[in-house]
Write a protein that binds this ligand. Structure first.
Ligand code: PRP
Length: 217
């Protein structure tokens, strides 16, 4: 039996995903130790777990360096990779939103040169250009996106809103909701063909766990 490799988005998503893998019988003890190791093995079940930067999870899965991945829907939308999205894990829930100063509420469609800053340029472009038919200038940022409208770098931002605290503390509001987000289990397309039974066993266990325990997270 060959190893199946699971790519986990480093951080809170990885921790929650490991809880599910533990509860379906995998040995995740090594991962709970606070080390800087990036690869862990469950010899009994022939599983490897790798810790990857969130935006790289779809890349590892598309190329088959990982067979399975756990990653946010925001990253999947932005990366647009060729893979199967199998389970909505129901945790890591948040929203992708257009945010900005409240004065711009209801005015965005009439602004001819709208400047949009985002860590998610593909998502922002798709929303404004393909869905709303609105040509915009996109400014790609890598973090602290809420700063952009405050210092005149952009009119609005497209970003994740979870509690709304960051927006509130910076005097910004949600102007439009783009979509709802949560963590997803994804699978490499070749793995799905070659290892269908093992993968579907994991997928079905995740589906059952998600319905039973994680529905309200
Ligand atoms: C994310 C996101 C928002 C914030 C939303 O940023 O980009 O800035 O969290 O959370 P809230 O609604 O609960 O305040 P992250 O913490 O990843 O940091 P970053 O700005 O460096 O990207």
């Amino acid at each position: 039996m060959r190893y199946l490799t699971v790519a986990l988005a480093k951080g809170r998503l990885a921790e929650l995903a490991m809880e599910i893998f533990s509860s379906i019988g995998m040995d995740c003890a090594q991962m709970k130790e606070k080390t800087r190791k990036l690869i862990f093995t469950d010899e009994e079940h022939k599983m490897k777990f790798i810790l990857v930067k969130a935006s790289d999870v779809p890349t590892y899965v598309e190329y088959g360096a990982a067979d399975i991945g756990v990653v946010g829907k925001d990253t999947l939308l932005e990366e647009g990779r060729n893979l199967y999205e199998m389970v909505d894990l129901g945790f890591g829930k948040c929203r992708m939103c257009v945010c900005g100063p409240n004065e711009l509420r209801g005015k965005l469609d009439d602004m001819s040169e709208l400047k949009v800053a985002s860590k998610y340029p593909a998502v922002a472009k798709h929303y404004f250009q393909d869905i709303k038919g609105h040509t915009i200038d996109i400014i790609k940022l890598n973090g602290s996106v809420e700063l952009a409208p405050l210092v005149g770098l952009s009119d609005v931002i497209v970003d994740i809103v979870e509690t709304g605290k960051t927006l509130k503390e910076n005097g910004l509001d949600v102007l439009e909701e783009v979509c709802q987000l949560s963590a997803r289990l994804v699978v490499n397309k070749v793995t799905m063909k070659m290892e269908r039974e093992r993968v579907m066993d994991i997928v079905n266990k995740f589906r059952a766990m998600t319905e039973d325990n994680f529905a309200n997270i």
